[in-house]
Design a protein around this ligand. Structure first.
Ligand code: NOJ
Ligand code: CA
Length: 706
C-alpha cells in the first residue's frame, strides 16, 4: 500500500531568475534545518543544523570539469522550488516491513555565467534524521559529454569530533577502524597492510560523535555511473572535502558523463542518540524503487559452505599440486590431485547433508573450477572460465544430490579482478549456473583490476558491479559481491543483490592479526549504513590452531562463541553464512540451534542499546511470525545488559532460550564457554544479560502454545 502526499510550493513568484546574492533558501523537517546561500563571491554553500546545534557549517558545493567550464566558480541563482513528500513503501526484504519516506525537497537551479547555456540543479532532501543532496545535470545543448575532474563538496564540521574511520584506500575497505579525534586522523598509527592508503583521507560511511551529543554519519546513496566519494580531512579546521576516485588514465579524470545525468546523493544522517542512526532509512529512501519487476524468486537465506576449511588451512581451493603449475592450455585431467582439494564431490555432499539436516537452504562451494593453481596476483587476463569444474567435482551428480535433499548450491566466481575476462564470460557462466540448478552466486575481485589497473572504487568498476546486479537479475540469480565498492543502498533497486563484503570480515581472524573485539560494534555505524554485509559469522571453533597447528599458530577469532551467535542479529543481512565446518558444529549442536532458528528477513527491528565502539543490543521480529530474536554484543569489556521485553506482544507467553557466555568466559582465555538456559517470559519481564569480555548473548523468543 502506498500513501503519497505531495505539496509543491515555489520560492518567490514561480520559477524566477534572481539577482544575487539572494536571501538564503531554506528547508526543514522537525529538528533538521537546511540553509543554502550564494556567497558574496557567487559560490553556493549549504549548512545543516539539528535544533540549536550546528551539524555542518556553511560548506562549499561545486564540480570542475576537464574542459575548464564546470560549476566551480561564481554561479548565478536561476530559481528554486520546494516540495513535501510523505509516502510509505514495502521493501522486498529488510529489517522492517514498511518504510516511511518523509522529506522536504529544495531544488536550486544554477547557471554558469562563464559558459552561457550551462545549467546545474542541486537537489536537497531534508528528512527528520538528516539531509541528502545531489548534483543534477539536466538535458541541455551546451552540456552533452563531459568529464568531471573533481567534486568540491565540503562538510565543514564545527568542532574536533570523535571519528570512527578507515584510511582512504581506493581498492579496499578491509581495515580495522581507528577511533580518534579528527585532528588525529593524520597521526594515528596505521597497521602494515594500510600502507597503500593516504593517511589524510578516510572512507565513508564515516561515523562521527560530537562533544555536544550528536551522532553524525556521512556517506552516499545510489552510487551509479560515478566513482565512490572519499573524504580529505583538514585536521586543523575539521573541514572534510570530497575526493572522488580517479580513473586509470593518469589525467585525474574522475567521471565521464552524458547529460541528463546526476551524481549519487551525498548523505548526512544526524541524531541525538546512537540507536537512531542505526534505525535511519535515509539512504534506502534516496535509492530508486526496485527495477526487478517480479521478485518472488529472491530468497533471503542462510548457507554453509566449503570455505572456512580453506581459510584455516585444512583444505585448498586448488586441485593440483602447485609444483605442477601449468598455464593456459593445461589439460587439468592430467594433473595430480594434491590430496586436500576442498571442493570434491564427497566433501560437498557432507555439507549438503549437514545443511539438509539443519534446515539451511544454501551450500557455497569455492574452488570448484579450474584456475586456482596460479590465480592470485598473476596479472593474467585469462585465468578462470567459470564453466570448467575440476575433475573431482561432479557437477551433475551434485546437482542431483542437492535437489534430492532440498538444498541449493551457491556458485562461486572468483574473478581474480580480471574484470574484462569476467564480462566476456558472464552470459555463459550464468547459463551454466541455471543449467545446473544454481540461483545464487558469490563474486570476488581479489587483486588489482585487470587489464588497466582501474580502482575497485572508480567509475569503471562501479558500473561493473551495477551491470552485474542487472545481468544476474535478468537470469533470476541472487548475488553477493566480495571486494566490491562499499554499498550505498542499491539493494533497494536491485533486491537480488543480497549482500556485499566490502569491509573487514570474520575471515581476517584466520590469516591476519584479526578483528579487535570492538570491530563488530563499529561496523553497523559505518559499513552497514550502506547495506548488508556477508560477514560470515558463526565460528564455533574459536582457537584455530586446532585445525592446523603449524600454520595457524596463535590464530583465533576475537570473540566468544556466544558473541558469534549474537552477530546473526546485530549484523543485519538477508544472507547469513554459518561459516564453520560441520565437524565444529556437530560438537555444539545445542548452540547451533540458534543459527538454525534465527530468521534472515524481518517485520520489525528495535535497537535497544548502542554506542559505536562499545556495545550493541538489537532485537528483531521474524517476517510473518510472532517470533523475536535478540543479539547483544560488547567490545573487550565485560558488561551487564538489562533488557526490558516490552517489545513482545502483551498477554502472550514466550519461551526465551538464552545463549549466553558461560562462567569465566573471555574472548582470549576461555572463548568457548557458553550456557544455554530457558525461561518463560512476557512483555512485562526483564532479562539481565551478562556479557563477557569480547562476548555476547543471543536470545530466541517463541510463543508458548496454550
Ligand atoms: C576473499 C573472499 O573474501 C573470500 O570469501 C574468498 O574465499 C577468497 N577471497 C577467495 O576467493
Ligand atoms: Ca570500546
Amino acid at each position: 500500500m502506498k500513501r503519497i502526499l505531495l505539496v509543491v510550493g515555489l520560492f518567490g513568484a514561480g520559477y524566477c531568475a534572481q539577482a544575487q546574492p539572494a536571501a538564503p533558501l531554506k528547508a526543514r523537517l522537525d529538528k533538521v534545518a537546511l540553509t543554502v546561500a550564494l556567497g558574496a563571491d557567487g559560490r553556493p554553500t549549504y549548512a545543516v543544523a539539528y535544533g540549536p546545534k550546528t551539524v555542518v557549517q556553511p560548506s562549499r558545493l561545486g564540480l570542475s570539469f576537464a574542459d575548464g567550464k564546470g560549476f566551480d566558480g561564481p554561479l548565478v541563482l536561476a530559481g528554486s522550488e520546494t516540495k513535501d513528500v510523505d509516502e510509505t513503501w514495502t521493501p522486498v526484504w529488510g529489517e522492517v516491513k514498511t518504510i516511511r519516506n518523509h522529506y522536504q525537497q529544495l531544488t536550486v537551479h544554477l547557471r554558469q555565467p562563464a559558459a552561457p547555456g550551462r545549467t546545474l540543479d542541486v537537489v536537497f532532501r531534508v528528512f527528520a534524521d538528516g539531509v541528502g543532496f545531489r548534483y543534477e545535470f539536466p538535458r541541455q545543448p551546451r552540456l552533452q559529454y563531459f568529464t568531471v575532474q573533481d567534486e568540491h563538496t565540503e562538510f565543514n564540521l564545527p568542532a574536533n569530533h570523535k571519528a570512527f574511520w578507515i584510511p582512504g584506500d581506493y581498492d579496499s575497505n578491509e581495515y580495522a577502524y581507528t577511533t580518534s579525534r579528527l585532528s588525529e586522523v593524520n597521526t594515528a598509527p596505521i597497521e602494515a597492510i594500510q600502507q597503500k592508503a593516504d593517511p589524510k583521507r578516510v572512507q565513508t560511511p564515516l561515523m562521527l560523535k560530537s562533544d555536544d551529543g550528536l551522532y553524525i554519519n556521512i556517506h552516499e546513496a545510489a552510487l551509479v555511473n560515478y566513482p565512490a566519494m572519499f573524504l580529505n580531512v583538514d585536521t586543523k579546521t575539521f573541514s572534510l572535502s570530497s575526493q572522488l576516485v580517479p580513473d586509470a588514465t593518469g589525467t585525474g579524470a574522475k567521471a565521464y558523463l552524458q547529460a541528463p545525468e546526476h551524481t549519487p546523493w551525498r548523505t548526512i544522517v544526524v541524531a541525538d542518540n546512537a540507536p537512531a542512526v542505526l534505525a535511519s532509512k535515509l539512504i534506502l529512501n534516496l535509492n530508486e524503487p526496485s527495477k526487478v519487476a517480479e521478485t518472488g524468486w529472491i530468497q533471503p537465506q542462510k548457507f554453509v559452505g566449503v570455505w572456512w576449511e580453506m581459510h584455516v588451512n585444512r583444505a585448498s581451493w586448488n586441485y593440483a599440486d602447485t609444483s605442477n603449475i601449468k598455464l593456459a592450455g593445461t589439460n587439468w585431467k592430467t594433473l595430480k590431485n594434491n590430496g586436500h582439494h576442498g571442493a570434491n564431490t564427497a566433501n560437498v555432499k557432507r555439507y549438503i547433508d549437514f545443511a539438509a539436516a539443519h534446515h539451511i537452504p544454501g551450500v557455497l562451494v569455492e574452488g570448484w573450477n579450474v584456475g586456482w593453481e596460479d590465480w592470485a596476483n598473476n596479472w593474467k587476463e585469462e585465468v578462470f572460465d567459470f564453466v570448467t569444474p575440476y575433475p573431482d567435482f561432479d557437477v551433475d551428480e551434485l546437482q542431483r544430490y542437492a535437489a534430492g535433499k532440498g538444498v541449493k548450491l551457491i556458485m562461486h566466481h572468483e574473478t581474480s579482478s580480471s574484470v574484462t575476462n569476467y564480462e566476456r564470460r558472464q552470459d555463459a557462466a550464468y547459463r551454466f549456473m541455471k543449467q545446473h540448478g544454481y540461483d545464487a552466486v558469490k563474486t570476488g575481485y581479489v587483486g588489482r583490476i585487470i587489464p588497466r589497473g582501474e580502482h575497485h572504487d572508480g567509475q569503471w568498476m562501479v558500473n561493473h558491479y551495477v551491470h552485474t546486479a542487472q545481468l544476474t537479475a535478468a537470469s533470476r540469480i541472487m548475488v553477493d559481491m566480495h571486494e566490491s565498492v562499499r554499498p550505498t543502498g542499491l539493494h533497494r533497486t536491485y533486491p537480488n543483490w543480497l549482500a556485499n563484503e566490502a569491509a573487514r570480515g570474520n575471515e581476517f581472524n584466520a590469516w591476519s592479526s584479526g578483528n579487535p573485539p570492538e570491530h563488530e560494534t563499529i561496523l553497523p555505524f559505518t559499513r552497514l549504513m550502506g547495506g548488508p554485509m556477508d560477514y560470515t559469522p558463526g565460528i564455533f571453533q574459536i582457537k584455530l590452531d586446532d585445525w592446523n597447528p603449524a600454520r595457524n599458530q596463535g590464530k583465533q577469532v576475537h570473540t566468544t562463541l556466544a558473541k558469534q551467535l549474537a552477530l546473526y542479529v546485530t549484523m543485519y543481512s538477508p544472507l547469513q553464512m554459518a561459516a564453520d565446518l560441520p565437524e565444529a558444529y556437530n560438537k555444539h549442536l545445542d548452540a547451533f540451534q540458534f543459527i538454525e532458528d534465527v530468521a534472515v528477513d524481518w517485520d520489525d527491528t528495535r535497537i535497544l542499546a548502542a554506542e559505536p565502539g562499545d556495545y550493541l543490543t538489537t532485537v528483531r521480529k521474524a517476517k510473518g511470525k510472532d517470533e523475536w530474536y535478540l543479539g547483544s554484543i560488547t567490545d573487550e569489556n565485560a558488561r551487564q545488559q538489562p533488557i526490558k521485553l516490552d517489545f513482545l506482544t502483551p498477554g502472550q507467553r514466550y519461551e526465551a532460550i538464552i545463549y549466553a557466555d558461560g562462567p569465566g568466559a573471555d574472548w582470549q582465555k576461555n572463548p568457548m564457554a557458553y550456557r544455554i538456559t530457558k525461561q518463560v517470559v512476557t512483555s512485562k519481564s526483564m532479562l539481565k544479560l551478562q556479557l563477557a569480555p569480547g562476548g555476547g548473548a543471543a536470545v530466541s523468543f517463541k510463543p508458548v502454545r496454550k
